[in-house]
Design a protein around this ligand. Sequence first.
Ligand SMILES: Nc1ncnc2c1ncn2[C@@H]1O[C@H](COP(=O)(O)OP(=O)(O)OP(=O)(O)O)[C@@H](O)[C@H]1O
Length: 273
Amino acid sequence: MVISLHNFSNKMTAYTKQDVLLQATDVCLSYDGTPILHDINFSIRNIVRPGVSQGQVISLLGRSGVGKTQLFRLMAGLQKPTSGSITINGNKQVEAGDMGVVFQHYYLFEWKTIYQSLRMATSQNPLLKGNEKEAIEKWAATFDITACLHKYPQQLSGGQRQRASIMQQLLKGSKFLLFDEPFSGLDVCVLDKVVDMLLQVSMADELNTLIIVSHDIETSVAISDTVYILGKEEGGSTIKKEIDLVERDLAWHKDVRRNKAFADTLDEIKASL
Ligand SMILES: Nc1ncnc2c1ncn2[C@@H]1O[C@H](COP(=O)(O)OP(=O)(O)OP(=O)(O)O)[C@@H](O)[C@H]1O
């Protein structure tokens, strides 16, 4: 069923939301009886656009200390909720390794060249069997790090390390990619490149699902289709608001920041933090 039609720049954009890719159900987390997260419920669905390989981009926003990192860790399978569940692809409880996780301090093996690290990543992906080298070279060209492949991480800039780190997760074959503060500490030009790169990754496969935890509200909203706002309540933090940016015709437009509705949405988000 087609949910909605949008008219932008004379182009009609039809889309449907189909299978649930990730489901959080009644998730609670406490430490020594102190509630941190409470009653977290949301589902991420596969967005399907005719003729476009459209992945999903979700941002998780909230004030400092609200519990974003804790929810990130639960989604990454690095920690179990005290109660409730997070499942992917039907009914599979998420476990460490199911998701590609790109930490803020890009984790690469310091004693291996970038190529060696990436080669290790490809060995975990049966779909690349026999084409590992080609896959590495293709993504390296896309991410503009071909010249870095035979260097060690300490010989790379922060931006190059970040791109290598994202490639590492992509080559493992993870459809879910979790990003912890991907925009922090980047200069404006590099930030634009990272945004472009994330959009390319999201559109590389219809099932690619990027989940971004960030303090940079404007950049996050500009590239997302959905925003979740985590807010504090008596019994722990919970999702206080979900904003469907596709419904608002604010997703998938390069110049969205010039749109008045975009500015209004930023104001709305800031007011609800
Ligand atoms: N191991 C732990 N034991 C007890 N409390 C913890 C533990 N880890 C985190 N917390 C608490 O959980 C709450 C949420 O922390 P979290 O790091 O998820 O916040 P955040 O939203 O990511 O903050 P920031 O934006 O500042 O990184 C905080 O009150 C923190 O003190």
